[in-house]
Design a binder for this molecule. Sequence first.
Ligand code: TRP
Length: 373
Amino acid sequence: MPEDFTVTPWEVTGDIDYDELQKKFGTTPIDDVLLDRFAGYGKLHPMLRRGIFYTHRDMVPLLNEYDKGNKFVLYTGRGPSGNTHLGHMMPWIFNKWIQDTFGVDMVFQMTNDEKFLFKDLTLDDTTSMAYENALDFIALGFDPKKTKIILNTKNVDKLYPIALSVAKKVTFSTAKAVFGFDNSTNIGSIFYTAMQSAPAFLPSVDAGRQVPVLIPCGIDQDPHFRVTRDVAPGLGFPKPALICCKMMPGLSGEDKMSSSDENATIYTTDTPKAVKKKVGRAFTGGCVSVEEQREKGGNPEVCSVFKYNYYMFEHDDEKINELAQKCRNGEILCGECKMCLTQKINVFLEDHQDKREKAKDVIADMTYDNFEW
Ligand code: TRP
């Protein structure tokens, strides 16, 4: 059967079948046993309870090591190609929960090189976007003493030797098979995955011993880390563990929030008015007329407004079930639901924008090897 969706690090389109993707990528479902184990470290994050972070690689050995006192380092990142939107923030919020729950160090890689190579952007563009994106990351409250931000072009002295050792082990035919490259692909792009692998090994290089690493990320990034994991043993590094999430949906009903559809994307810098307008136009599971909806009810399953509550804005399981029920019964209509979500997002953004301003004072202290922006 032909697939009607595509998920690669550079393209996410179509109706994503997440179970199918898990099979195709070969990751392991997060089952109840693993959820129970997580719950032993702290109250389960809703993104785990609700199956948004739904699949993993080697979480069990990672936790076994942790229980023996061998702490892991967290690693995640961002390709700076524009303003930060809620879809970028979603996995970062989960990273923050992991950092707090396990009390671990973290590295955050800003891949200004990647977005320069893959998009029609200058290196100056992607570098200044990296700064702006980093403010959003910091605003989420990562421990400044435990968290370092890597900027690929600035930390190249540390990353390049590691990337080289990775690159030597990856053939062009592997890169083609994993990423779909062909002879017209620029050679920087072919090399790039080595740069994204490097932070997974950096903690070991810095500590001079094998340090376990956990990478929480969108499932679209898994192809990179398959390569990273494949080469790890040959280089004397532990394979990084992965915990992957589904994509944050767009407000237009698409499976992934995308910067190319600005009206269906909420940026961290949006004004309350812009949020109201975007949510106001969102795709819902409602009927064409009020009468029909009162009678037949709506469909929360397909509704982007409901999904926003489910993914990020309603943490209370009872309340989310109640909302779904009221929608199905026709008790609550789309207008009211949109108003509630608008308010929740605006409350979140008001606080976030404040913290984002304050992040400017600490960003200099959070750069890896104290690089200057
Ligand atoms: N390639 C990612 C992006 O386009 C950025 C990234 C780099 C990343 N290292 C990572 C994402 C580690 C998740 C985990 O956004």
